[in-house]
Design a protein around this ligand. Structure first.
Ligand code: BGC
Length: 467
């Protein structure tokens, strides 16, 4: 068992002062309808700034044009490779887009880990690693000579110049590879493949995971005009009127905008809602002051927020008899998946007990109960903030279409949304009250990052064949 560090003994906590201390700690996570409406209004303003030429450079929410002009129309067809880079794993897929206009089929896929040293190494090492994984995948399927078109899901903020040209603005989610910011990631991929020299690929389309998710759902439901990710990171995309996208010429039709809402708050507009724990998480991160909204919401940070609260409550003598176990003092030792597991166990405290014991504690039932309340406070706030942000997007689309009531579908993916037992229902419930004029349906994407990227690659291939 790891050593237990005793905190200098404080006064034993009376029940009333205990509940007072818990309240003080968790109340800042409770956001009222008024707070959430205000968050939503602030995001609407940031969206406007990001879309306008004059204010785009200083805008925190970048509202990046994606050059995706419509959701799939069903005429796309063929076999495509898809690469998916955006979290700790990297995937290679082979996807068949069927000619019936109704389905995509994932034929095969493989997961390659991205070791920490590659996440923090050079760009060349990262892209060599991707090309190696791709080569292995093609080799094992005997398709190295096929020169297939490729959809590249690259889930970081990029200034897209066209569907096949995308310049990294900055890394997020713990990635820090040198020599990539400011470069076209498609070019870096092609160069890495050329360095190997043993295979080639066809045309490449690069998409954000939100876009892949929206596309894969849009294939089934034409009302799907928003893509949402709540996983390691968080972000959304939606179909905007091209005439409002000042960075791109043209006034007719729509264009998908990758909002990069994770950076909302980087200029301080959310400061009044940030707790001391949010500030601590940010201070310990590799990208201090950046991705402030993401750090309050997404899977990479939620477990960490809970860990810091637990330490605080233990130090206040409210939890664990005032003991802070060494394991809990280690960064990231309380994982976001633990939040889902503890909250899923509604009828007993067994899961909380098991997780806390594995961290070197001997928790009482009261401890387990309180830890569950902490998890719930953090995950509920995450869903609340997400609902506020989606309210802004839905209202924007409603205003664009000039309708009183908007019916819209959100294609959604990400581990937090998928794994947390209450996140989805809470999000849905909140958005109903925050956006009463919007009838929002959520559609869980099936492998959007793979299939959606393949669909965009199909669009590029069509375009190349026509020109
Ligand atoms: C990235 C986005 C991405 C989101 C979800 C964020 O950190 O900046 O591009 O869509 O994570 O993966």
């Amino acid at each position: 068992m790891p050593p237990i560090n005793e905190i200098p003994a404080g006064d034993p906590c009376e029940p009333s002062s205990r509940s007072q201390k818990v309240k003080e700690c968790l109340n800042p996570f409770k956001l009222s309808t008024q707070d959430l409406n205000s968050v939503s209004e602030r995001l609407l303003k940031e969206m406007e700034k990001g879309l306008k030429k004059k204010t785009h450079d200083s805008a925190t929410v970048k509202m990046l044009p994606t050059y995706v002009r419509h959701t799939p129309d069903g005429t796309e067809t063929g076999d495509f490779l898809a690469l998916d880079l955006g979290g700790t794993n990297f995937r290679v897929l082979l996807v068949k887009v069927n000619a019936d206009g109704k389905s995509t089929v994932k034929l095969e896929s493989e997961i390659c880990a991205i070791p920490q040293e590659i996440m923090e190494g050079t760009g060349e090492e990262l892209f060599n690693h991707i090309a190696d994984c791709l080569a292995q995948f093609l080799d094992s399927r005997n398709i190295k000579d096929k020169k297939l078109p490729l959809g590249f899901t690259f889930s970081f903020p990029c200034k897209q110049i066209d569907l096949d040209k995308s310049v990294l603005i900055r890394w997020t989610k713990g990635f820090q590879c040198s020599g990539v910011v400011g470069k076209d990631v498609v070019q870096l991929l092609i160069e890495a493949i050329q360095r190997r020299g043993d295979f080639d690929i066809g045309s490449v389309a690069v998409v954000n995971d939100t876009v892949g998710t929206m596309m894969s759902c849009g294939y089934k439901d034409p009302e799907c005009q928003i893509g949402l990710i709540i996983g390691t990171g968080t972000n959304a995309c939606y179909m905007e009127e091209l005439q409002n996208v000042e960075l791109v010429e043209g006034t007719e039709g729509l264009m998908c905008i990758n909002m990069e809402w994770g950076a909302f708050g980087d200029d301080g507009v959310l400061d009044e809602y940030r707790t001391k724990f949010d500030k601590e998480v940010d201070a310990q991160s590799v990208n201090q002051g950046k991705q402030i909204f993401e750090k309050m919401i997404s899977g990479m940070y939620m477990g960490e927020i809970v860990r810091l609260i637990l330490i605080d409550l233990a130090k206040e003598n409210v939890l664990f008899n005032g003991m802070v176990p060494a394991a809990l003092q280690m960064k990231n030792s309380f994982e976001t998946r633990h939040i889902s597991e503890i909250e899923a166990d509604t009828n007993s405290l067994a899961e909380a007990h098991k997780i806390l014991t594995s961290l070197g504690l001997e928790p009482s039932d009261d401890d387990c109960e309180l830890v569950r309340s902490v998890c719930s406070a953090v995950s509920t706030r995450s869903a609340d903030l997400c609902a506020a942000a989606l309210t802004a997007v839905s209202n924007r689309i409603r205003q664009n279409r000039d309708v009183d009531c908007l019916k819209i579908t959100v294609g959604v993916d990400g581990t937090v949304y998928r794994k947390h037992p209450k996140f989805g229902s809470h999000l849905q419930c909140r958005i109903k009250s925050l956006a009463p004029q919007c009838d929002v349906t959520f559609m869980l994407s099936e492998d959007g990052s793979g299939k959606g990227a393949a669909l965009v690659a199909a669009v590029v291939q069509n375009k190349n064949m026509c020109s």
